[in-house]
Design a protein around this ligand. Sequence first.
Ligand SMILES: CC(C)(COP(=O)(O)OP(=O)(O)OC[C@H]1O[C@@H](n2cnc3c(N)ncnc32)[C@H](O)[C@@H]1OP(=O)(O)O)[C@@H](O)C(=O)NCCC(=O)NCCS
Length: 140
Amino acid sequence: MKTNVGMGEESGREALYALDPACRDDRHRRWLLDVAMQSSGCLIAESGGSIVGYALLTHTFFGNAMIDILHVAESARRRGIGTRLVREAVRLSETPKIFTSTNESNIPMRALLAAEGFEHTGTIHNLDEGDPELVFFRYS
Ligand SMILES: CC(C)(COP(=O)(O)OP(=O)(O)OC[C@H]1O[C@@H](n2cnc3c(N)ncnc32)[C@H](O)[C@@H]1OP(=O)(O)O)[C@@H](O)C(=O)NCCC(=O)NCCS
């Protein structure tokens, strides 16, 4: 089935909340999503009329582009959708470098980032206990 990647619109907000289980309990995540939608930083992937993934692109990470969130519906994983969203974020990046981060334990995301040319550039401890946050970057 064909997947389209484009800008998220306010009308799709509830679908995004439903797609990402973290949105159900995490008000901050919902707030991030709302702000991204208002500032054209919410990328969505649609397939068969449904939203199957999204990424939030901001430009406030020490003045650099940052993929704040990347999430693909469980049922749609391993079909290249995460990669498409990351590539679109890189394309839309307004700075020469783009950053993102993930937990050390997140093997799928780390593999995706390595395949897309991101390099590990730093580690933040004390966010999730016992599972450091690894920061990655690449030139956009
Ligand atoms: C991480 C995530 C975004 C990947 O999305 P996806 O659409 O499944 O990724 P893709 O299909 O584009 O995969 C690209 C490559 O990443 C790697 N990869 C993806 N999922 C993997 C897995 N479960 N195990 C190992 N490698 C994996 C592979 O190298 C894959 O290429 P291949 O399928 O040709 O082998 C998705 O698993 C997800 O939404 N996870 C929950 C949220 C999350 O962890 N977000 C990222 C951190 S904030």
